[in-house]
Write a protein that binds this ligand. Structure first.
Ligand SMILES: N[C@@H](CCC(=O)N[C@@H](CS)C(=O)NCC(=O)O)C(=O)O
Length: 212
């Protein structure tokens, strides 16, 4: 199986995470941000992640990819899912892009390895987001908005090994968002959230993203 991905992409990390947890090999191929053709030639549009199955069929939905990999061999996502965790993920996602998007171009990520790819990302994102310098200058404000959400999450975490006590799709939704949020220098996660991130990242075997 081949995964077309960006290193910073949290939806991609869902797929990488389940494959890692199940010890299933995944051929990870990072796409340069300006290489739209790599995606369009496969699925007719610009979208990431794309999972190309061994029979050549491309898949376009990250949670379908998770289900597909989870169906291989013994299941690992055997725990319960809770609406509270889905709600918290949505609350996190309302704030974190303002912190993470303006930082990704500074991290030396492989999808921005050329100046053309780097600038392609900037041009794309600056159609949607405020000037990145201005956003980074508002870091304290966004961290201030995020902290109560992370405190609420802290109260919900049952184990550092699985948010609901046993691995479930809630972990697949949550860990990638926290991995992204962890790029923000000065963001002090509440104790249980911090332990959860460290333990779960160690379980996946992936290094955290750089911090800035
Ligand atoms: N529902 C899809 C959403 C995929 C998606 O929105 N991907 C974003 C990146 S996170 C994308 O392709 N954006 C267009 C781009 O990067 O040009 C999934 O869960 O996989």
């Amino acid at each position: 199986m081949k995964l077309l991905m960006f290193e910073h992409c949290s939806l991609c990390f869902r797929v990488r995470m389940i494959a890692a947890l199940k010890d299933i090999p995944l051929d990870e191929q990072v796409v340069l941000d300006d290489d739209s053709e790599a995606m369009i030639s496969l699925v007719g549009k610009r979208v990431i992640p794309i999972l190309v199955r061994d029979d050549g069929t491309p898949m376009l939905e990250s949670m379908d990819m998770v289900d597909y990999i989870e169906a291989m061999g013994a299941p690992v996502l055997t725990g319960p899912q809770k609406p509270e965790i889905a709600d918290l993920c949505e609350r996190i996602l309302k704030i974190t892009p303002y912190l993470t998007m303006p930082r990704y171009p500074l991290l030396g990520l492989p999808e921005m390895a050329t100046i053309a790819a780097h600038d392609h990302y900037l041009v794309r994102k600056l159609k949607v987001y405020e000037d990145f310098v201005a956003l980074r200058a508002r870091t304290r404000e966004f961290i201030g908005a995020l902290m109560p959400v992370l405190e609420d999450l802290d109260e919900q975490i049952i184990s550092a090994n699985a948010v609901n006590g046993a691995l479930s799709k809630d972990d697949i939704r949550l860990l990638p968002l926290l991995r992204s949020a962890a790029v923000v220098h000065g963001l002090a996660f509440p104790a249980k959230v911090d332990a959860y991130i460290k333990t779960m990242m160690a379980r996946t075997g992936f290094k955290p993203l750089p911090v800035i």
